[in-house]
Ligand binder design. Structure first.
Ligand SMILES: NC(=O)c1ccc[n+]([C@@H]2O[C@H](COP(=O)([O-])OP(=O)(O)OC[C@H]3O[C@@H](n4cnc5c(N)ncnc54)[C@H](OP(=O)(O)O)[C@@H]3O)[C@@H](O)[C@H]2O)c1
Length: 330
């Protein structure tokens, strides 16, 4: 029997329960992967509450990413062999499980040199940070960078990628002193506890009053508005999320007038990695994995829970009590 978490009703973390079901079969063009570690995404806590999409149907198996070993293969599947170590990224969910059926285009090769928890922490964090910085904002070595929520899963990946790209200075924000010290340990020149300090002052101080060339924004609300304020001329801000906004994010993200963008010579972009097509994803993935291997980068793994403790894991992630990527072990 396979064990998995199926969301049957929206609600608090307590709705997450492990259920047993038949072993999955590989699709004709896919595989069955036995998971070794599962990565949690902040968006899954939003989904669990029923606030991700208005038309989200129930029930469905939860989880967007995991790392594991191929144990079965459909007749038309080509890229991977039984026994291969792979990452599974399923935006149509089903990764909070000990066995996952996945299509060929949902499997990726992990970077060399990572353990299982690091593998499970890699795909969405590093791919999101990489796409935002390289494919959208086109950040160049030597440019200044501001990473919001820099101690989180995506945030830590963004700091590591900015450092290995030669960005300077790298500035970050995080909720608490301990988180800030972790971010500085990863290579940020300064991390500001934005619950008690105004990060705009640090940006001014470290950029000679110019502002930053690039900002990765995932918090929303006031943090988003203040991030726009501190962009330098020719600065780029990429919106990847709104972790502080509990209900209707559409109404709470302040609109920016095109003339403001024009007058200030700035670019405000967005990224949603689930929309990217497979061939382009594979090409970018190879560039990312090569970079990570060459620079010996490793994702920051946060707290590790058992699958049965998924409720505790969700509560910790949405309660801002975690750093790095939260992991479940099947
Ligand atoms: N667009 C995409 O394709 C894409 C892909 C992956 C992730 N994301 C987004 O990127 C963000 C980071 O994702 P992640 O999975 O790595 O999560 P995470 O950053 O590890 O966790 C979220 C962090 O947001 C910060 N935060 C600020 N205000 C908060 C609030 N009111 N409630 C809860 N957290 C708050 C907290 O850090 P502090 O305590 O330090 O403030 C918290 O640790 C999320 O918004 C996520 O939806 C987007």
């Amino acid at each position: 029997m396979a064990r998995q978490i199926v969301l049957t009703r929206f609600g608090g973390p307590e709705v997450l329960e492990v259920t047993e079901g038949p072993d999955p079969e590989p699709p004709a063009d896919g595989y069955v992967v036995e998971t070794r570690a599962i990565g949690l995404n902040f968006a899954e806590t939003v989904e669990r509450r029923g606030a991700y999409r208005k038309d989200q149907p129930l029930p469905y198996p939860m989880g967007k990413e995991a790392a594991g070993v191929v144990v079965a293969r459909g007749p038309k599947a080509r890229r991977f062999e039984i026994g291969d170590e792979v990452l599974v990224v399923k935006f149509d969910n089903g990764c909070y499980a000990d066995r996952i059926a996945a299509r060929e285009d949902q499997l990726l090769r992990p970077p060399r040199g990572l353990d299982w928890t690091e593998k499970a922490a890699f795909a969405n964090t590093f791919a999101t940070a990489w796409y935002a910085m390289h494919e959208i904002a086109r950040v160049r070595p030597g440019e200044s960078v501001l990473i919001q929520a820099a101690a989180g899963g995506v945030g830590t990946a963004a700091v590591l990628l900015a450092r290995s790209h030669g960005c300077e200075p790298i500035l970050g924000t995080a909720g608490g002193e301990e988180k800030c010290r972790l971010v500085e340990g990863l290579g940020a020149r300064r991390c500001v506890d934005y619950r008690t300090e105004d990060f705009r002052e640090a940006v001014a101080a470290f950029t000679g009053g110019q502002g930053v060339d690039y900002c990765l924004e995932s918090v929303g609300g006031e943090v988003y508005e203040q991030s726009l304020e501190v962009l330098a001329p020719m600065g780029r801000l990429v919106i990847i999320g709104f972790s502080s906004i509990r209900e209707d994010y559409r109404g709470t993200l302040k609109r920016i007038h095109p003339l403001t963008v024009f007058h200030r010579s700035i670019l405000v972009g967005g990224l949603n990695v689930d929309h990217l097509s497979y061939p382009s994803r594979l090409e970018v993935w190879e560039r990312l994995v090569t970079h990570v291997e060459e620079h010996g980068l490793k994702p920051v793994v946060g707290p590790v829970f058992r699958l049965e403790e998924a409720a505790e894991a969700h509560a910790a992630l949405e309660g801002r009590r975690t750093v790095g990527k939260v992991i479940l072990l099947p």
